[in-house]
Design a protein around this ligand. Structure first.
Ligand SMILES: Cc1cc2nc3c(=O)[nH]c(=O)nc-3n(C[C@H](O)[C@H](O)[C@H](O)COP(=O)(O)O)c2cc1C
Length: 168
């Protein structure tokens, strides 16, 4: 059976929790979930369908474990692979950098040949600027556990319904 590789990096557990909900929504049988801290590049490239999750830290910077992994991405070939992204950030406190890390990872995966699916509308969010917005949409699922946690579950359900048939 074809499986999706879900790779996430999380500082305080919010992205980890969202990854769990995403795996549950897709169905555990179809997903292998990994903390990016614990894997090597080979594990990542072992999948043709990927879901990549990160929070944003500093002022628009990668989560630490993605920061440490980032050099690997430079060397990888994602040709023929389909990738969906999700990001966690705080749109009110960091409105000039909301979900920037998701945008940074997106840029690199595109550069290395990935095909990306799972864009998400910007309606319903309050932020000034985001590297994760391209042509008027988030390039992946935008989550905010700090301000809109009550929407996380329904957003995930809706997003997964769209990406699941594309990734599997
Ligand atoms: C010091 C600090 C810096 C942050 N910087 C950003 C930022 O630049 N952009 C953003 O969208 N969120 C930012 N956040 C919010 C976190 O990304 C958010 O709380 C997220 O849910 C954390 O997820 P994690 O626990 O999986 O790491 C920041 C939070 C803190 C405490």
């Amino acid at each position: 059976m074809k499986k999706i590789g879900l790779f996430w990096g999380s500082e305080t557990g919010n992205t980890e929790q969202a990854a769990g909900l995403i795996a549950e929504a897709i169905g555990y049988d179809y997903v292998d979930s990994y903390n990016i801290r614990d894997v090597t590049a080979d594990t990542l490239t072992g999948y043709d369908a990927l879901i990549i999750g990160t929070s944003t830290w500093g002022a628009g910077e990668l989560q630490d474990d993605w920061y440490n992994f980032y050099g690997n991405l430079e060397l990888l070939d994602f040709g023929g692979k389909t990738v969906a992204f999700f990001g966690l950030g705080d749109q009110l406190s960091y409105g000039d950098y909301y979900l920037d890390a998701m945008g940074i990872l997106y840029e690199k995966f595109i550069e290395r040949g990935a095909k990306v699916t799972g864009s998400w509308p910007v309606e319903g969010y309050e932020y000034s600027y985001s590297k994760a917005v391209l042509q008027g949409s988030f390039i992946g699922l935008a989550l905010d556990a700090d301000n809109q946690d009550h929407l996380t579950q329904s957003r995930i359900q809706r997003w997964v319904a769209g990406i699941k048939p594309v990734l599997l």
